[in-house]
Design a protein around this ligand. Structure first.
Ligand code: B12
Ligand code: SF4
Length: 538
């Protein structure tokens, strides 16, 4: 069979990182089938486009995976595929919780021929075999021979053949500069951010989060050897095509078992498998100095921290009392001392939030080392404890908010402010944190660091700005550049003084800039298509 795995974009922002599930299911597909991958974030497609693709390529089965945020688009694409007579199987967090919706059992239209519930590592080969025989079932659940829920142990993790996978659609370096950049230093003709998992599950059970329910609270890890080999494979591929690879360890809490994380990082260092990496780690786990040393030594550059709120009462409400706002500053300092910086994520619209929450949060942020703050609104995702609590209390204003996805819009009323006030707080947060003055301050805060670090934080901030303020097209970019002309001028002048710009960008990359991120930023800036990133709330 010819199988297409498709991941939709959300129609607003476009991730720069491919989705792991596609590569994983491709690697788990039994022999004898051909699997094509299309990520809507990299290869934009509409309903007519996917129908045409399916016909042109004689596709016989389409697998679609989506988060809640993309589900409306996923259903539209599924409908278009099914109209061509090709069956669709859907999987991922949303349909796991809302299988009846996907199967049209809730009174609505049917969008999928089959739904894979939960982790599909073991069910995917069965789905493919059934589809090949024309005997797809409605629902595939990960259960053992006794009908008990079973989760993959990850000890036998498939080898994802990174050396041969077609990654063309995921190159972040614009075509126009690819040739030149290929010749620079070790080569920058391609730059890719690749998702790698080292484990699954998180026991913390934060009220708004899908993860504990979906992956379970039993944490499972791959072997160190398997992760190290995957990094070596990625490094080899980058070298062979004169490009760069950075890794996003997508584990929900990469240091959930500190002893094991340290052992993995030591093995990465011992094997020379260091790549620049990003990971999500909760603040409480970053108290450990040795862990932070190992993060820096193994290539860690950015840590995503779900801070959520600076108000302990809010954190307690969300079952996230393990976050201690009083230590946020110290944690960030500890990272910054090793030149590791943080993406700090905040959620507004929590029950104890009142107007002014954004400014109160920013007052704290301004005292910390520069990083990338991001602001979102509390969103009741299906089947989370938060959704159930708000539903029971009759507080959901848009109970099926995913059917009409609106970015940065609440679906329930917070207790101590209105929906509009919560929206205004998010707007204020982004506006202030990414103003020209804030960018200039972030750069100045690194005045004692080499120029490369300052260029890096500036470019990263410019790109993160795009999560909230879509930067579509040249005009939008020109406007932002004009607003930030003083900082740009200062950086360029300093570069000339130091001789850093003379010759070629190779001179810049020789400075200790966290290069991977700088190049992402440059690529996005040059692309100018509003392609941007959005991170989960931890
Ligand atoms: C990496 C990641 C991202 C990346 C983007 C995704 C990417 N390019 O990889 C970034 C950082 C950009 C991101 C952003 C967001 N994310 Co996110 N993200 C994750 C994270 C941490 C890992 C995803 C992953 O690869 N998991 C590992 C793979 C193996 O698991 P999987 O994707 O679930 O796939 C398995 C099964 O679901 C199934 N499956 C999946 N798809 C399909 C398809 C078929 C056909 C079949 C058969 C099976 C199948 O099989 C796979 C193997 O078992 C998850 C949490 C998690 N641990 O999964 C959150 C998660 C998916 N994100 C979440 C959220 C909420 C977001 C944001 C909305 C956050 C925000 N407020 O901005 C944004 C939205 C982004 C957007 N484009 O609009 C939620 C989604 C909940 C939901 N109900 O939708 C999760 C679950 C985290 C959470 N806190 O609850 N995210
Ligand atoms: S928000 Fe983060 S820490 Fe909390 S349960 Fe989800 S993954 Fe775990």
């Amino acid at each position: 069979m010819k199988i297409l795995l498709y991941n939709p974009d959300n129609g607003v922002t476009r991730n720069f990182m491919p989705h792991l599930w596609m590569f994983l299911l491709q690697a788990l597909t039994p022999p004898g089938h051909e699997v094509l991958l299309v990520d809507g974030n990299a290869q934009s497609m509409d309903e007519a486009g996917i129908a045409q693709f399916v016909r042109d390529n004689n596709i016989e089965l389409v697998g679609i995976g989506a988060m809640t945020r993309m589900i409306a688009k996923a259903y539209r694409m599924a409908d278009a595929v099914r109209a061509t007579g090709v069956p669709v199987v859907m999987g991922g967090p949303h349909v796991t919780e809302m299988a009846d919706e996907a199967l049209g059992r809730d009174g609505g239209a049917r969008h999928a021929d089959a739904v894979a519930l939960g982790e599909a590592d073991a069910t995917w080969p069965r789905i493919v075999a059934d589809a090949a025989r024309g005997e797809l079932k409605d629902v595939y659940a990960p259960v053992d021979a006794f009908g008990q829920e079973s989760k993959p142990s990850l000890k036998e993790y498939p080898v994802i053949p990174w050396e041969s996978i077609d990654l063309k659609q995921f190159n972040l370096v614009p075509k126009a500069v690819k040739g030149t950049l290929q010749k620079i230093g070790e080569g920058w003709g391609t730059f890719r951010l690749i998702p790698v998992e080292s484990g699954r599950g998180c026991p913390y059970g934060c009220e708004f989060c899908t993860v504990t329910g979906f992956f379970g609270d039993s944490i499972r890890f791959r072997t160190n050897e398997s992760v190290v080999n995957e990094l070596l494979l990625l490094k080899a591929r980058a070298r062979s095509e004169k490009g760069q690879m950075a890794v996003f360890f997508i584990d929900d809490n990469f240091a959930i078992n500190i002893k094991r994380t340290k052992s993995l990082l030591r093995d990465i260092i011992a094997a020379g498998a260091q790549v620049h990496w990003v990971a999500q780690i909760s603040a409480n786990l970053l108290r450990d100095e040795e862990l932070v040393d190992l993060i820096a030594a193994s290539g860690g550059k950015w840590i995503f921290i779900g801070m959520e709120s600076i108000d302990p009462a809010n954190l307690k409400d969300m079952n996230k009392g393990f976050n201690k706002p009083g230590e946020y500053g110290a944690v960030l300092e500890r990272l910054a001392q090793r030149n590791v910086y943080a993406i700090t994520s905040f959620i507004f619209g929590m029950d104890n939030d009142t107007t002014g929450v954004a400014e109160r949060t920013l007052e704290q942020v301004r005292t910390w080392p520069p990083g990338l703050p991001i602001f979102g609104l509390l969103t009741p995702l299906p089947a989370t404890p938060l959704y159930k609590r708000l539903e029971k209390a009759g507080r959901l204003t848009r109970p099926k908010h995913w059917q009409e996805f609106i970015p940065f819009a609440m679906a329930h009323t917070p207790l101590k402010m209105s929906i509009e006030e919560a929206h205004a707080e998010v707007n204020y947060g982004w506006d202030q944190a990414y103003s020209a003055e804030a960018l200039a301050h972030a750069v100045e805060a690194l005045n004692d660091q080499p120029l490369g670090y300052r260029v890096n934080i500036f470019l990263a901030r410019l790109c993160f700005r795009g999560i909230y303020f879509p930067m579509m097209g040249k005009m939008a970019w020109l406007k932002v550049i004009a607003q930030n002309r003083r900082t740009i001028f200062k950086l360029v002048r300093e570069g000339f003084k130091a001789g850093a710009w003379r010759g070629a960008p190779a001179r810049i990359s020789a400075s200790p800039v966290p290069q991977a991120e700088a190049v992402v930023a440059i690529a996005q800036a040059a692309g100018g298509d509003g392609r941007t990133i959005a991170f989960p709330a931890d």
